[in-house]
Design a protein around this ligand. Sequence first.
Ligand code: FAD
Length: 435
Amino acid sequence: MRVGIIGGGITGLSCAWYLGKLGIEATVFDPAPGGLIGTITVEGCILETGPESWLAAKPWAEDLIRELGLGDQITGSNDAQRRTFILRGGQFLTLPEGLQMVVPTKALPVLRSKLFGWRTKLQMGLEVLRNPVALPDRSVAEFVRDHFGPEAVEYLAEPLLAGVYGGSPDELSAPSVLPKFVEYEQRYGSVVVGTFRDRRPPSGSSIFNSMRSGVGTLIEELKTRVHITTEKVDSISPGWTLSAGGASHSFDHIVLACGANKSAPLLAELDPSLAELVGSIPYTGSAIWTFGYQRSDVPHPLNAFGFLVPRAERRAMMACTWLGTKWAGRVPEDKAVFRCFSTNPDTPQEAVQRELEELMNIQAEPLFAIGHRWPDSMPQYTVGHSARVEAIETLAAALPGFHLAGNAYRGIGIPDCVRSAKMTAEAIASCDTAL
Ligand SMILES: Cc1cc2nc3c(=O)[nH]c(=O)nc-3n(C[C@H](O)[C@H](O)[C@H](O)COP(=O)(O)OP(=O)(O)OC[C@H]3O[C@@H](n4cnc5c(N)ncnc54)[C@H](O)[C@@H]3O)c2cc1C
């Protein structure tokens, strides 16, 4: 059995590796293998071109890393210093301790916080009295406003989700983006009560994990283990034949792991209804600007992981990570590195740098400034997403030997991509038609 995989980001590469483990030959097509993930070293600082970590609670990426023999590379964020600021009125205010995403689990830090007014604090307290209710798909903004008030949308949901989804809480779907909380709403009424009931004893491990020498290490290892053709796939014919680099390649199964937006045109002639549905998943873009300074040029104590900028504060950047504080061993002690995230891929360096230097009170020139622009890179799980994905899966299942994988469907993070890749490899291995 031969499998052709279109797209060699983490999804395509890990799918090929899992297939190889199952004894199935796979070829990955990608003119730029690695996709969004990459690590570079500049002035002794380890920098990520795209993602820098993953949620430790989701095991699939770490399972893969261990299976590849790189388990000793896994490292947690420096949680002794875990604190995040939110910019409000030009000031850095601490995100109250005990927040689980948008859900407060400790009363005192919320009561003391200057981030919210008394009305929000009162609504947060009264939220525990809600009755169970099952509501149709609605936006994150509606959901959070309903439970915790408008200020929690502006100063919690919006900045926290912008960094993960690059999208607006007015459009993102609550059941797709916050499924646990929607389940609590249905079971208990109150998401605070649900979060308490489901609370596990603190494990002592970090919330975010990464790799000591950068997430790119995982990609570099996978690249040595799988067969890659550095060609773009131009078209797909039923049966399955891929046209790439002027040549035709025949396979028993194909996996589209190149993102929904890049998959849709390839499907246009093959199955117009599927192409339309896949193409209806919207995408947003982003830019990462990373600035390095001499530590002595930065007066701030850098005693946090960084800060988030709510849309209401109207800045060019949405988030800034203080890399040397968040990760041990990535930034030499005499340097300070700021990773600035913008949801506009065209954001110019000058705008971000000016803001950063103003907010951090830096008077010196940076040692380096490195930009990575990622247009149309972040699929949006907008209201209706889960119904859309079910319809896509129904149509895809009617095409024997055809598979879709990646971050556009059932999970956006690196672990979700690996999980989707592994499930696809297992589905191919168990497919009767090709055995
Ligand atoms: C700026 C940014 C920061 C992020 N941070 C995090 C984070 O901290 N933690 C986390 O868990 N997730 C993060 N994510 C999400 C995560 O990076 C992605 O979900 C994941 O990397 C997607 O992997 P993928 O393989 O599905 O897609 P991609 O990495 O997008 O790879 C798709 C590949 O398909 C190829 N391709 C496209 N068209 C064709 C074609 N016609 N023929 C052949 N190849 C083609 C492309 O060249 C590309 O290499 C971030 C995303 C972005 C944009």
